[in-house]
Design a protein around this ligand. Structure first.
Ligand code: FES
Length: 107
């Protein structure tokens, strides 16, 4: 089984979860609260900024997530926690994509 490390720097914690786990499920496993709504990639309540170490750490967004991110005007580096599934490696959930602002390109 492939385990993926999901870090939550603001909370000072991390968790290792199986590939295919959503960032939201990882947060819940780590005891980190992320505000949610629909849990289906439609409302955007749980848009978060993420940083990955390398490519392919997260599965590509599916249609619902991609459409919501585009509608919200969020750039690369932002995902919906309920929809983004980990694949391999290490990912950090950096904060709320709307309240904290998206990651600037090259940051
Ligand atoms: S909770 Fe609605 S998009 Fe994730």
């Amino acid at each position: 089984m492939v385990l993926v490390e999901v870090r939550f720097p603001a909370a000072g914690t991390f968790v290792c979860v199986p590939a295919g786990t959503t960032l939201l499920a990882a947060a819940e496993a780590a005891g980190v609260e992320i505000a949610t709504g629909c849990r289906r990639g439609m409302c955007g309540t749980d848009a978060v900024r993420v940083a990955t170490e390398g490519d392919g750490v997260l599965e590509a967004p599916q249609d619902a997530e991609r459409g919501t991110l585009e509608r919200m005007g969020l750039v690369a580096g932002c995902r919906l926690a309920c929809s983004a599934k980990v694949r391999a490696g290490v990912v950090a959930v950096l904060g709320d994509a709307v309240l904290d602002g998206p990651v600037a390109p090259g940051a």
